[in-house]
Design a protein around this ligand. Structure first.
Ligand SMILES: [Zn+2]
Length: 414
């Protein structure tokens, strides 16, 4: 079936001839290729063609008028924890009364709280709770997403989470990448036996995950109070033996050495980066590792934002993701991530949009089919409500400016 969209105000992140195969970096991040007064033709699940209205082909079965509307490639959200059981609004209330995230974690809240709930929840129930979150972010413009395990912290719990992600992948038209995050925290029963838990990850969890082909990537929370650099190195190397590339949590709570150990293990991305300095930037400059900032977490926890300007000015690429999770970021709304990037991290709207489209696709190894509007790529995009300019999208931070969502060439409804 062919769907022809006409009178598009502007197609954003459009690629006319040579398709980019790498991330957008440094000063190039402020350039966002656009085509104004345009049409776009979808053939089944693929973008077949597009062009200026002066070349309008009039050959679609279905014609949609997009007068005044902008067309964006779907967001590529490369870091989420959207499979979880229950919610943690009690901690939210505790924080509003002055407790810090670390204090709550020390009292048995935080990740360990989610782990207890997850292990008490059936696979079926977990799937039932998680599917609406996936649908919600799709209607908010996300077309490709990475989802992590990490609330099981036991062999059965981690496998349960990864199996749920595998089922979600079959149930959604979105592209889904799966990351094994057994090293999200040390579970209570291993508090005095860290080595025992790491052995469980490397000796039992990883072989079982590889056997069922349940993960694409491996993640470790390399930070103060979680996993050390040495422990991270051991776990990443063990994952590498099963073909799992690293995507790691680094430098959220402290200058942890996480960036360097990620780069050393050829991590696809190092995520968080609220606390980094010149050494980390130098390490990233010599690598293909994608620095990824999660401004929603900084907002919700009231912590520093990753120094985006410093990284971009140094010539690095930057990716932005939601970090959707029950504790520190209960939102997968990427439009709000754009607002925070502009308002709190000094990024231009163009830079922020590059960070959540092409660079997000690179951080999930999906750029061949997602992340830009190009002939032959998947028809994953959305039309906005009429906008006078690009900056209106991050500016109206409370408004839902997305009008029509296409995923795999199909219009999606609530
Ligand atoms: Zn995270």
């Amino acid at each position: 079936m062919r769907i022809l969209i006409k009178d598009i105000h502007t197609i954003v992140q459009v690629e006319e001839d040579v398709l980019r195969t790498t991330a957008v970096k440094g000063s190039d991040m402020k350039y966002l290729p656009r085509l104004e007064k345009a049409w776009l033709l979808v053939n089944d699940d693929i973008i077949e063609d597009f062009g200026p209205m002066s070349t309008y082909p009039d050959n679609g079965n279905i014609v949609i008028s997009a007068e005044g509307k902008w067309l964006f490639p779907s967001w590529c959200d490369s870091h989420t924890h959207l499979v979880y059981a229950g919610s943690r609004e009690k901690e939210f209330v505790a924080r509003s009364q002055g407790k810090s995230y670390e204090e709550i974690a020390a009292e048995g809240g935080g990740i360990l709280n989610s782990a207890t709930r997850l292990n008490d929840t059936s696979e079926e129930e977990l799937l039932k709770q998680s599917l609406p979150r996936l649908k919600e972010i799709m209607m908010q413009g996300t077309g490709a997403v990475e989802i992590k395990s990490g609330y099981g912290l036991s062999l059965e719990g981690e496998l349960k989470m990864l199996r749920v992600i595998k089922k979600l992948k079959r149930m959604t038209p979105m592209a889904v990448k799966t990351t094994f995050l057994g090293a999200h925290a040390i579970p209570r029963e291993y508090k005095e036996n860290r080595r025992g838990y790491i052995d469980l990850i490397t000796g039992s969890m990883l072989p079982a995950i590889a056997e069922e082909k349940l993960a694409d990537y491996i993640d470790v929370f390399c930070d103060h109070g979680f996993f050390t650099v040495e422990e991270t190195d051991v776990i990443l190397k063990a994952g590498g033996k099963y073909g799992l590339k690293p995507k790691i949590h680094a430098n959220e709570l402290a200058i942890s050495g996480g960036v360097q150990v990620g780069v050393k293990n050829k991590a696809l991305s190092v995520d968080h980066l609220e606390r980094i300095g010149t050494d980390e930037i130098i390490a990233l400059l010599g690598s293909n590792t994608m620095p990824t900032a999660l401004p929603g977490t900084s907002f919700f926890l009231g912590i520093d934002y990753a120094p985006a300007r410093q990284m971009i000015n140094a010539g690095l690429p930057l990716c932005l993701a939601s970090d959707f999770n029950p504790g520190s970021t209960p939102s997968g709304r990427m439009a709000f991530v754009l607002t925070l990037a502009c308002l709190k991290m000094g990024m231009l709207p163009e830079e922020a949009i590059n960070a959540v489209t092409i660079n997000g696709a690179v951080a999930m190894e999906l750029l061949a089919n997602y992340g830009t509007i190009a002939r032959g790529k998947k028809a994953n995009f959305f039309l906005t409500k009429p906008l006078a300019s690009l900056a209106m999208l991050p500016y109206y931070y409370g408004s839902d400016l997305i009008d029509t969502v296409f995923v795999n060439g199909q219009v999606q409804n609530e």
